[in-house]
Design a protein around this ligand. Structure first.
Ligand SMILES: *Cc1c(COP(=O)(O)O)cnc(C)c1O
Length: 381
């Protein structure tokens, strides 16, 4: 079965035991009656433990990421914290790439540190540097690829080999690429993380997260902890995410087509210093992206040629790009990481990473690309 067929058909079939619904209904019941005290009806007991609508979404996500198991959560960060609490203990350490979603860094820095779980950021992300940084306490290598907001791309297969050799888990946040363009499990990563809030739901109207993996023991452990901690996806958000997921392939194709055209356009404008898009041959990791991804996605970052006042003026003139955090919806957004998504990073860290006041991150929507380019052109002039 191919991608969009899976997205539409896995976990959903006409239910002739009821009314013949062709889509999975939103099951709101918080509890499920049983005939026998020892036997839950079709395995369902209580909404936090499992829910039929959520279960359908999990079947679809596992299948689309080529994994055996998926678990969905009330947010991407709920998925991340439940996962980290399931695999780490007092004294363990995390190794992570330097360009990260700032909420992930906040869990490492402000939550896990209180439990004596420390993290190491690799400043110059090279294979030698990673190998040199792996000590006996390191249990996890955590990466995003492409990263947020600088869109760096790492060789997942190569990292997976090192992790296997050193017996540590490779976790890949695949939010930017989506399962349509990249399958980290196929590249031998151990665990995939998603903020479904972004492309997977795709309509900027539902918060959620997911973990996909193949290891059965670890799956049961995370599932147990999710029920114990309680950060589950609601039936309504499960429904919205299922609905969004069905058009993921169509949307991603259009996001990418638009992003490619806009990236090329921006690269030729004198008002723009530098464009970061993994699909441009000028991108430093273009070859890796080409090798491990089937497309380059809808995110572009670029440095404006000018002072922050010029950036502000440019942003204020755009009609179709809203100035907002988040990404992956059908509508185009853009933001200034320095003041918005990455405001919490220490100044010296922003400087080192080159997250400056003139860096703009753009989530290219699926509007007509001529309209989008015309909008940018007017704002630039
Ligand atoms: C948004 C995001 C998250 C966090 O997800 P929430 O659903 O907002 O909790 C994690 N990783 C990446 C790459 C993100 O963009």
């Amino acid at each position: 079965m191919k991608f969009s067929t899976k997205a539409i058909h896995i976990g959903e079939y006409p239910d002739f035991s009821q009314y013949g619904d062709v889509i999975k209904p939103i099951h709101l019941s918080t509890t499920f009656a049983r005939r026998d005290p020892q036997i839950p009806t079709k395995g369902y007991e209580y909404i936090r433990t499992d829910n039929p609508t959520r279960h359908t979404l999990e079947e679809k996500l596992a299948s689309l990421e080529n994994g055996k198991f998926a678990i969905t959560f009330s947010s991407g960060l709920a998925a991340e914290s439940t996962l980290l609490l399931s695999i780490l203990k007092n004294g363990d350490e995390i190794l992570a790439s330097d360009d990260l979603y700032s909420g992930t860094r906040r869990i490492f820095n402000d939550v896990l540190m209180n439990f004596n779980i420390h993290y190491n950021i690799i400043n110059h992300f090279s294979i030698t540097n990673i190998k040199n940084n792996i000590n006996k306490n390191i249990k996890v290598l955590w990466i995003e690829s492409p990263t947020n907001p600088l869109l760096k791309v790492y060789d997942i297969k190569e990292l997976a080999e090192i992790c296997e050799e050193k017996d540590i888990l490779l976790i890949v946040d695949n939010t930017f690429a989506t399962p349509y363009f990249q399958n980290p499990l196929k590249l031998s990563a151990d665990i995939v993380i998603h903020s479904t809030t972004k492309y997977i739901n795709g309509h900027s109207d539902s918060l959620g997260g997911a973990i996909i993996l193949n290891d059965e023991d670890l799956y049961h452990k995370i599932k147990f902890n999710q029920n114990a901690i309680g950060a589950v996806l609601s039936p309504f958000d499960s429904f919205l995410t299922i609905r969004g997921l069905k058009t993921l392939e169509l949307r991603m194709k259009q996001h990418e087509r638009n992003a490619m055209e806009i990236a090329k356009y921006l690269e030729n404008r004198k008002e723009i210093l530098k464009v970061l898009y993994p699909g441009l041959p000028s991108h430093p990791n273009y070859d890796i992206a080409k090798k491990q991804m089937s497309g380059y996605g809808g995110m572009i970052s670029f440095y404006f040629n000018g002072k922050y006042d010029n950036v502000k003026l440019f942003l204020s003139k755009l009609k179709y790009f809203s100035l907002a955090e988040s990404l992956g919806g059908v509508e185009s957004l853009l933001e200034v990481p320095y003041f918005m998504t990455h405001a919490g990073l220490p100044e010296e860290e922003k400087k080192r990473l080159n997250i400056s006041e003139n860096l703009i991150r753009m989530s290219v929507g699926i509007e007509n690309v001529e309209d989008l380019i015309e909008d940018i052109e007017k704002a630039l002039s």
